[in-house]
Design a protein. Sequence first.
Length: 319
Amino acid sequence: MKRPQTGLFTEFIKAVEPQLRTPFVERHQGSKLTSVLEGVFDMMSKRKKDEIILSLDQDEEEHYTLRTCMSDQSFIVDTTRLLVESFGGHWEAGFNVVLRVKRGRDCLLTGFGADESPLESILQIEIDNISEDQMPAFEANLRRNLELARAMVLDFEEMTSELERAAEQFHRASGRDAENSERFKEAEGFIDWLLADNFVFMGLISSAGKFGFESESCNEIWGAEPQSVWPDAAWGDFPVRARKSHKASPVHRNGQIDEIRILVPTPSGSSELLVRGMFTYRAITQPSRHVPILRTLLSTVLIEDHSLPGSWRYKGIAN
């Protein structure tokens, strides 16, 4: 490793040190900490715009040090941790720092801290219990998953805007269609509920295009979901269906991806909108009586069950 430029490296240390947690500093005291940070500095010293830098180094004890550098965004740390755990690995120690990084035309590092400079996220973790044979697959999967995480963040506004437009279409339709007014109001409420931090949006397909995981740029690394019939199940005649995907989430947290199909009313009939992502912990821990559509279905179940309000059975069904 080349000795870093003294002035820039000192500036780097000053920017990084306040963000390092005490356990990590104590684990790498003195010259060892300097050596660790030299490795990070060397890794991120040159980065093209939108590039995801990823490096893996093995020490004498067959432990691996993973370093990444990319534009700052959500889901970097938890996506990396998710993959480590899926490979049976153990996250020994590490840090994630976010810095304003100034680069020249050649993409080389020239300084830190300038207000107009873009934010970059730098991650280092020390991994145990992943074999050398597993590392090529681990590295390829991590790069893919970080690219997917970037796609969903870049298209977040487009996805939420599509849903806001769908909610507005339900609102207008509820005013002109008396027969379906209540169903449309509940569908509008359900979309608003999704947008209120109750869903992590990973991909969306609508008449306006494909976004996030579903975008053309992700075709090679994600692929299309097989077409299948949506059963009526317990959703009745509401223009909304939800189910589990065949695919596991590659970002954010462990679990199968949730799929939601919404038939949005249009002057000529309806338009299909498909959303993929994951219900948040906040969403899945809410009582059904607080969730649009589910509250209506719950009310029907309680009426048909003839449960007395306040009874043990009533509370068991309602909660």
